[in-house]
Design a protein around this ligand. Sequence first.
Ligand SMILES: [Fe+2]
Ligand SMILES: [Fe+2]
Length: 283
Amino acid sequence: MSNTKINEILHRVKSFPSMPGAGVKMLSLLEGLDTTVTEIEEILRYDPGLTANVLKLANSAYFGVPSKIGSLNQAVILLGVKRLIQLVVASCVSSIMDKSVAGYDWPSGNLWRHSIAVSIASEALVKGKKRVKTEDVFTPALLHDVGKLVLGSFVDQELEAIHTLAAKGIPFVVAENMILGTDHAEIGARILANWNLPAEVINAVRWHHDPDSPDASSMQMDVIYLANILCQTPDTSGPDAGHAVELSPAVIDRLGIQLDQFESISEKVAHWVDELSNALAFS
Ligand SMILES: [Fe+2]
Ligand SMILES: [Fe+2]
């Protein structure tokens, strides 16, 4: 692929919508260990719509809070600061990620539903694990395919060439890279770097199709990779089908997952995805 095309793709990354103001500020809190509810309230006080959406989410049965949450203060007490920040970030990106995705044949809403499904599956995979917590996987899982929003139109222009390679058994993401010189995982990582997300979130997104790369080295990456494969539905099978059969034995080994756990995780995902995607689809 010519340098001109790569430059065009990178230029598109730069002009990709930025995270709304409150989201950027909340992300800067994500790395702090001592964030207080007052700091969160201070950021959200000028955005009642966003606060309302966050509370709607916080009250989703998925998060398992038995009583109704009516304020940010209560949300922090019942869910914790980290979870609350995740919910604000999710609310901020929902409008961007609810779009249709050219090139991958996803109508509006599919990327959002798939992303939510991968978040739920990731949390289910790490439940009870000591080395990684559920709160560490929600955000990278939610954002893992954001690069498709930029790369989709370029994939669309080269669809025949990419499909020809994919038909030979080459994973779609590899074919993407062979034809375009980059892929949606790399582009997603660049978008998240522009949004100033923490390095571990960026890296988990960067390697979500390639956990055996020498540069991929965290359990978070393994989890997002595996959850993404578990969440290949008929809707997502086209462009991603190639890698679905190439389950990395090293990842299974590192995570200590038994293959028979997959079925119950898939059932959990199916149970929660409607509820959570509806709660998060604020548009
Ligand atoms: Fe992907
Ligand atoms: Fe995906």
